[in-house]
Write a protein of this length. Structure first.
Length: 169
């Protein structure tokens, strides 16, 4: 079975997707235990920390919103981190959280905008959608990522949702 092309995935699950392999990376950013990642997202977008992230990012200016499975979180809550890949020589604020992301294959869902599609996307269930595309969730990583391009400036701009995957067994 080949890797579905974006047009094929749109017909299968209603969203354009692509598959990509990514190496391990380290992210730094702001973190919070939340009921919804939107809590931290809203705070960081409104209080100037979004610009802090952009200013400390290395060559990759993408801002990543990471939701890992964190056993230390109370039931019904999870850790959400908004971070960037920072260069080793960056001068960093002291209150940043760091996390390591292992290498994996990823299905990347292309969303037209946070406002227009994010709620519907979760209603459509990305875990079920990757199954339809022939993949299983890579639980070794146990996370997913919201990716905001360097050009992202408004909740109506496009964004991506990244799901670590392995070939379905």
């Amino acid at each position: 079975m080949g890797i579905p092309q974006a047009e094929d995935s749109q017909a299968q699950v209603g969203y354009r997707t692509r598959y990509q392999e990514l190496p391990a990376c380290d992210l730094i950013g702001f973190t919070k235990i939340v009921k919804s990642g939107g809590e931290l997202y809203g705070e960081v977008r409104s209080d100037g920390r979004w610009e802090v992230l952009r200013s400390i990012a290395g060559d990759d200016k993408t801002i990543y919103g990471v939701a890992p499975l964190d056993k230390d979180c109370p039931k019904g809550s999870y850790r959400y981190t908004l971070g960037v890949k920072a260069p080793a020589d960056a001068r960093l604020p002291k209150d940043l959280f760091s996390m390591h992301i292992k290498p994996s294959g990823w299905i990347v869902f292309e969303l037209e905008s946070f406002v227009a599609q994010y709620g519907k996307f979760w209603g459509d269930d990305p875990y079920k959608m990757i199954k339809k595309l022939g993949w299983d969730f890579n639980s070794r990583l146990g996370l997913h990522i919201d990716a905001y391009a360097p050009s992202y400036s408004s909740d109506s701009d496009p964004m991506e949702f990244m799901m670590p995957v392995r070939r379905a067994s």
